[in-house]
Design a protein around this ligand. Sequence first.
Ligand code: DLZ
Length: 163
Amino acid sequence: MASHLKNLSDFSHTTVPSGKNYRFGIVVASWNAEVTGALYKGAYESLLKYNVAERDIISIEVAGSFELIAAADQLLDNRDLDAVICLGCVIQGETRHFDFICNAVANGLANVGLKHTKPVIFGVLTTDNQQQAMDRAGGKHGNKGTEAGITAIKMAALKLEFK
Ligand code: DLZ
């Protein structure tokens, strides 16, 4: 369980509360599937590691990162979830598609979180190339999917604190 910070020494970015009895959605985009599959594995395994039950995780696959927005919104409309983790990978190309998609997804997911007053975790890699993406999906810079899973648990626990 998250606790209020009373002293500077209370702060610890390494403490992860138990995810037991919290319910999570994971939405994963299939564009750049090698990367997003690794992000998904990292997120899913991090939830299990911190005691989230498999029955408390609902996973959905969508076409591209742009579709994460509608899927997260619909999940929160129809399921009693404590947080939704959104995973995607947008790789810089020759066109302005990159900027349109990145901006739309970041703003869209933020708005979904505010609309539902629930944590919507931005686990979308936005990189110059495939190698940078792989480095962050289980490579030399870790796995951002794992970090997204941990962030979801921390945010779910924080919310309960204020009920
Ligand atoms: C169209 C498109 C492009 C060019 N690039 C990516 C990408 O790198 N990563 C990603 O997740 N999705 C991409 N898409 C697909 C869009 O997210 C979306 O699926 C389509 O525009 C249909 O709405």
